[in-house]
Design a binder for this molecule. Structure first.
Ligand code: EPU
Length: 421
């Protein structure tokens, strides 16, 4: 197992190129199961989660490979297998993305029911309710969701849950509805940029989707989709993480391939903290005032502040001049990083879905344990500013969602070594 050994104190300076979005790429890759023609995807990041989905698509009969330009080719050659087994879903919950495409194109799907994970319960009831509204018959057998439908039909589906809409649920239903007979209306749909990207991708293959990016998506079913070439949008969470990296090290980074229009809530909170984010020569320059002001932050569905940047922002606020309040409204238990940050001298008090962050003058390097993807990023950020040496264990979590993070950070001045324990 790898760990990062981080020497704190470096100021980051230079250019960082933002990779394609993991959370856009995964449902787009799964949607390639809807056609037998070849799909070519550009800017798909090289990550553990992407490699995992490449393996799963192969077991589902697709030929999947990267060319010299790193574009990802996906072409279905054998449509007989419809199973995403326990091992696959256990390794990556987003494997649930194949449910909609399999059901729509092959008439049946068997996908292991995802369990809980480090960030909370994460049910999939809304995905299943949506599939039923499209005419699928579902049952649970041996821990697997078994679904079949000779041909899906359009339906009216409400995707709102107790914590807002569901991103992958919206993706699953929107994808399935492209080949359903008739019109589907998805109300309370997720509005995340990754859903817009998926809808644009599907339309580029011949789907008839409108309203994606708003809470009401309308899908007019078509008979078939063709292949095509598509470029995945830049990763807003990676960009936000590098923004915090610039701010926390009191450095200055120019982000290439960064779309600030997808990060309005983040830029707003950073501005209140005292971090400047400005366009410069087609890039986004992030620099910070030496003093960081405390702020209150509540995570919300898009366009609100993303839960996937909550942990990283918490690390930054640990060093602000005063008390901040962070409230998690998407995954109320997503606070595994607080105890580890506490080992580095952070003063954090958790009360239900809220953490009070009492700013301290410094963090101190320590051995810490990553618990999930974004929590690991928060610990790496803490390590870069902590006095002395920080060891972040279990970095396989970070490898799931950040492309070569230590290489990118080291190229702008960080001191991070990957060590195999
Ligand atoms: N929910 C339900 N029922 C459902 C589905 C979700 O109650 O059927 C609840 C969840 O428990 C949660 C809320 O709805 O409280 C939102 O969950 P959502 O379904 O939107 O999460 P997801 O689609 O499984 C994606 C991202 C996550 C990101 C969330 C929220 C991917 C592969 N994953 O998950 O990304 O945190 O949306 O924005 O797109 C990450 O990248 O680190 C990550 C965890």
């Amino acid at each position: 197992m790898d760990m990062f050994v981080i020497e704190g104190g470096a100021r980051l300076r230079g250019q960082v190129s933002i990779s394609g979005s993991k959370n856009a790429a995964l449902p787009i890759m799964a949607a390639c199961l809807l056609t037998e023609e070849e799909c070519i995807l550009e800017h798909v990041p090289d990550l553990a989660d992407v490699r995992h989905l490449m393996d799963l698509l192969s077991t589902l009969g697709a030929k999947v490979w990267r060319d010299e330009a790193q574009s990802l080719h996906i072409k279905v050659e054998d449509a007989s297998c419809c199973l995403a087994d326990y091992e696959s879903v256990r390794r990556m919950r987003a494997s649930i993305c194949v449910l909609g495409p399999l059901l729509a194109r092959r008439g049946r799907a068997e996908v292991s029911m995802p369990g809980g994970c480090a960030i909370g319960d994460r049910p999939v009831n809304l995905h299943l309710r949506g599939m039923e509204a499209l005419g699928a018959t579902l049952s649970l057998e041996g821990g697997n969701i078994r679904a079949h439908a000779d041909r899906l039909h359009g339906g009216d589906i409400f995707m709102g849950g107790p914590f807002g809409s569901t991103v992958l649920g919206t993706a699953n239903i929107m994808t399935a509805a492209t080949l359903a007979k008739g019109r589907t209306v998805i109300e309370a749909a997720a509005c995340e940029p990754e859903i817009v990207d998926l809808g644009d991708f599907l339309n580029s293959l011949g789907a008839r989707i409108s309203g994606h990016g708003s809470p009401r998506i309308v899908v007019e079913g078509v008979e078939s989709l063709h292949g095509g070439r598509y470029q995945v949008l830049p990763d807003r969470i990676e960009a936000g993480t590098f923004m915090v990296a610039a701010a926390i090290t009191n450095g200055e980074l120019d982000l290439v391939n960064c779309r600030t229009e997808h990060l309005m809530a983040v830029v707003d909170r950073l501005a209140s903290i005292g971090v400047n984010v400005e366009p410069v020569d087609g890039m986004v320059r992030v620099s910070s005032a030496r003093r960081l002001r405390p702020v209150d932050v509540t995570t919300q569905p898009y366009p609100g502040f993303p839960t996937d940047l909550q942990a990283q922002l918490m690390t930054l606020l640990c060093l602000a001049d005063g008390n901040s309040i962070i409230t998690e409204k998407i995954f109320p238990d997503r606070f595994m990083h607080t105890a580890e940050l506490g080992r580095m001298g952070a003063r954090l008090r958790k009360e239900g879905p809220t953490v009070v962050v009492q700013g301290v003058s410094e963090l101190i390097g320590a051995p810490v344990m990553a618990s999930d993807l974004r929590a690991s990023a928060a610990l790496v950020l803490a390590g870069m500013v902590g006095q002395g040496t920080t060891e972040v264990r279990r970095v396989y979590h970070i490898d799931r969602g950040y492309e070569r993070i230590e290489a990118k950070l080291n190229a702008v001045g960080a001191k991070i070594e990957r060590v195999t324990e």
